[in-house]
Design a protein around this ligand. Structure first.
Ligand code: AMP
Length: 224
């Protein structure tokens, strides 16, 4: 069975961490004119930072990992490379977590060369220091051992993926599961529980995606 050390992050923690990050920024005396959220993970923290620092201008840039069909290596891409004129502006680029650092580095370099701000600083709620290729100018939590942070804004997506992974991994050994059995396997693999509402929604989605078939109280993994 897969085992991934995972921490379930609550909305309250997000508010606390974002407020803490805003304080770090404030104490540095850096006053951003524009906040740029790295989409999609940076959206919520960026919005909260705008609130705590009373910044009116918020835009976003979608930088994400992209698996190219024929290549094993992943690389980051800017999904919608539009242009903005940020000359003379002080920019704060905000993300949820800096893991490898690839997405934020790409976003930073794109903004510097295409949007040409007067200044740009990078902020993240969390920074995984042993693996990250960059250290953000501002962060709230330094993570010293890699784990997966299950943020509230990817709760559904993560639950779908995690359950799918378990079911497909166990496919040769078993096909039929009850709700409680899937839930127990999920807790054994990830050490967290996302709540019944999210869990039921994930199973419903897996039925819609054709991974599972529901027969009364039993979920059957479909052979593809
Ligand atoms: P990276 O380019 O590796 O720094 O990470 C890109 C994005 O993937 C981050 O902004 C997060 O949204 C997500 N991510 C990467 N690592 C983690 C992690 N350990 N926990 C939760 N989300 C992560």
């Amino acid at each position: 069975m897969v085992k991934v050390s995972t921490k379930l992050v609550t909305w309250d923690e997000i508010v606390e961490w974002s407020m803490g990050l805003a304080r770090v920024i404030k104490e540095s005396s850096f006053k951003p004119d524009v906040v740029v959220a790295v989409s999609r993970g940076g959206y919520v923290p960026a919005r909260l930072i705008c609130d705590f620092l009373l910044v009116e201008n918020l835009v976003s840039i979608q930088s994400q990992h992209w698996t190219e069909a024929a290549k094993v290596a992943e690389r980051a891409i800017i999904k919608f490379p539009y242009t903005l004129d940020l000359s003379g502006q002080r920019v704060l680029l905000v993300d949820d977590i800096i893991d490898t650092g690839d997405t934020v580095i790409l976003a930073r370099d794109f903004i510097l060369s295409e949007w040409k701000p007067a200044e740009l600083r990078v902020a993240a709620l969390q920074w995984i220091s042993p693996v990250a290729k960059i250290k953000p100018d501002f962060y709230y939590i330094e993570v010293k051992e890699w784990i997966w942070f299950q943020y509230p804004w990817t709760r559904h997506e993560d639950t779908v993926q995690f359950v799918r992974r378990i079911l497909l991994e166990e496919k040769e050994r078993r096909r039929e599961w009850t709700y409680d059995e899937i839930r127990a396997a999920f807790e054994e693999s990830y050490g967290i529980f996302v709540g019944d509402a999210y869990f039921r929604l994930a199973l419903e989605t897996l039925v819609e995606l054709g991974v599972l078939e529901r027969r009364g109280d039993v979920y059957v993994v479909r052979v593809t």
